[in-house]
Write a protein that binds this ligand. Sequence first.
Ligand SMILES: Nc1ncnc2c1ncn2[C@@H]1O[C@H](COP(=O)(O)OP(=O)(O)OP(=O)(O)O)[C@@H](O)[C@H]1O
Length: 288
Amino acid sequence: MNGNGNELELLPVDAGFRETPLLRVDRLVKRFGKGCAYCRETANLIGGEEDPESTLPKNRCPVCGSVIACSGISFDLYPGEILGVVGESGSGKSTMVRSLYFDDEVTSGSMTISDYKEGKANLFEASAQQKRYIRNHLMGMVYQNPHMGLRMNYSSSGNIAEKLFAAGSFHVGNIRGRAGELLDRVEIPLNRMDEPPRNFSGGMQQRVQISKALANRPPLLLLDEVTTGLDLSVQARVLDLIRGIQQDLGVSMIVVSHDLGVIRMLSDRTMVLKEGRVVETGLTDQIL
Ligand SMILES: Nc1ncnc2c1ncn2[C@@H]1O[C@H](COP(=O)(O)OP(=O)(O)OP(=O)(O)O)[C@@H](O)[C@H]1O
């Protein structure tokens, strides 16, 4: 009860973030496979309840065998927030983040970004050209495998230049200056900025990938298992760097990891996926 004798209002877990969400995802469904009348109509129901005896993986349609990798995922991400996404192998984490970056085409659902058309356009329905614009101006992606995000044979500065060209910067002097600034921020020695990432260690490649993803100053950065496979000390350095970048630039991030230590270190809120669904969302301390 408060002083007026009224019951205190329960605050939602995201009450600390009072602004409009930067990103809003609503009922994202991603099906691999043709689908059939059964799973098309009941995509949101596939989770095992309807046939507890089934030996099929719970995210697989029992009629046509299609995999429902994401089964109606909804969440909001606020400006400057880091949202952790955890879940066992096959729970749909990577598919979700790939769908947000338009690497995979979704089956249904909507995604809006407040910086694009006042948050009123469903980006999943945008044209290929609009999607390119959104990727080039509003998003950055860091993949687990640096080969997915970098051209290993271009110079590191050239990788960054590629992203800047795509975002509409063409002044060579400015591009070189910005590449140097970004590589310096991720602690790549400037005398190595013209070396190709294939010459670098795994941790350095991830740092180049992060600098490339930040080149266009995106409000949203997606990170998919970025420290998996790195030595512990190298992991710690990359995580420190990500945290520092978030504090300096205020960029919103979605961090996918199966490693709870990574999630604990980085994320304000955490969302738990299981069999393609959100089973829990809350403050990281509470979830973990
Ligand atoms: N291209 C594809 N074709 C068919 N099924 C796929 C494809 N990609 C992913 N899947 C299936 O979608 C489901 C979710 O996979 P996803 O890789 O998103 O999970 P994850 O949580 O990221 O797992 P991990 O941590 O092991 O990477 C799994 O059942 C997987 O087999």
